[in-house]
Ligand binder design. Structure first.
Ligand SMILES: *[C@@H]1O[C@H](CO)[C@@H](O)[C@H](O)[C@H]1NC(C)=O
Ligand SMILES: *[C@@H]1O[C@H](CO)[C@@H](O)[C@H](O)[C@H]1NC(C)=O
Ligand SMILES: *[C@@H]1O[C@H](CO)[C@@H](O)[C@H](O)[C@H]1NC(C)=O
Length: 314
């Protein structure tokens, strides 16, 4: 009798503890799902100054990255370009324009346009070369702006038109001399559209510093963008365990410590947490926590009482 009563009492306690865990887990899931900044987009790490959730990263780089279920995109006025890699040590990012011609595919021209902010903060690197192809003899880069074309490690148009299956067409279609091309920097395509340049196709090649004697089949096609990191004290926030972000309304810098706490500079003691503008999910999780507290108080209150009663009975 005695033993049976006690074990029944234990079962009750176990059940209550289990219920509490379920509630607690639910609260944690709710906080996680909506609270913090994602630091990966598929396999690409997302760190400062970038962010894929609004309010994360540096405000200057806001809305530049877009993470879909399969790819990370760099959004520009001329389209969304697939991000191939981000090198946080060298501070660069390689993007690929799927509408661009390469050694293996010929596609009609398409301007590459960055916003003014992007041109200033994250322009193509100096070792990214734009190759303008099939230019008309009236093209400004063959006349007045000839100086914008440079000698690219001894490479010629003929070599490109000869080595690449896609560019062979330019040569085949011209009766005698292949149409001119121009190796140039981002500045040229920034200030002149392909229509003004009067060239029908372009491609771009990155990591061009060591391409002397390397054929076009082995070049890396894409655009490398190089960026600077704003010096805003993000390191202090990161060291304290936070993630750098900003207030989406005022753009003021924030150190995001947890789903419920934002500090101005760093997490931990002395941090100023902001509870203004609580989101519905925050209210939900606070509500759940309150429930758990009330619940456990009542459970333990009840158990203690029944425990005492049982002792008194025995
Ligand atoms: C903390 O900042 C992030 C990013 O701006 C925001 O989404 C979140 O709601 C803020 N949390 C609090 C408690 O203010
Ligand atoms: C993100 O990129 C995809 C793919 O190009 C595009 O369809 C979508 O509209 C973009 N979203 C935003 C918010 O830019
Ligand atoms: C090369 O440019 C000329 C006009 O200058 C155009 O008629 C021709 O179609 C272009 N070649 C290719 C392969 O697009």
């Amino acid at each position: 009798m005695h033993i049976r009563r006690l074990s029944h009492f234990h079962q009750r306690i176990h059940l209550h503890v289990l219920n509490m865990f379920i509630l607690l887990a639910a609260a944690v899931v709710v906080e996680r799902a909506a609270g913090t900044c994602r630091n990966y987009c598929n396999s690409i790490p997302i760190n400062y100054p970038f962010g894929i959730d609004d309010g994360c990263g540096s405000p200057e780089f806001r809305h530049m990255l877009n993470c879909s279920s399969t790819d990370l995109f760099f959004a520009t006025p001329s389209g969304n370009y697939k991000v191939q890699s981000i090198d946080y040590d060298k501070k660069n990012l390689v993007i690929f324009d799927p509408a661009m011609s390469t050694c293996s595919i010929l596609q009609p021209h398409h301007d590459f346009v960055l916003s003014d902010i992007q041109s200033a903060l994250i322009p193509p690197s100096s070792d990214t070369v734009f190759v303008l192809m099939n230019c008309s003899i009236d093209s400004p880069v063959l006349n007045h702006y000839k100086s914008l074309c440079f000698n690219f490690a001894g490479h010629t148009c003929d070599e490109l038109y000869g080595a690449c299956t896609s560019f062979k067409l330019f040569h085949l279609l011209s009766n005698s001399t292949p149409p001119p091309c121009c190796f140039t920097g981002y500045g040229t395509v920034k200030f002149m559209s392909m229509n003004i340049l009067d060239c029908t196709h372009y491609t771009s090649v990155y990591n061009t510093d060591n391409l002397k004697g390397v054929g076009p089949l082995d070049w890396l096609y894409g655009i490398k963008l190089s960026y600077g990191v704003p010096d805003t004290g993000c390191e202090r926030c990161t060291k304290s365990g936070g993630t750098c972000g900003f207030d989406v309304e005022t753009q003021a810098l924030l150190c995001i410590c947890s789903a419920a706490v934002n500090a101005t500079r760093e997490c931990g003691a002395g941090s100023v947490s902001s509870s203004a503008g609580q989101k519905p999910w925050q209210t939900t999780s606070s509500f759940l926590l309150t429930c758990i507290l009330d619940y456990s108080v009542s459970v333990f209150g009840y158990s203690r009482q029944s425990f005492v009663t049982q002792f008194q009975r025995d």
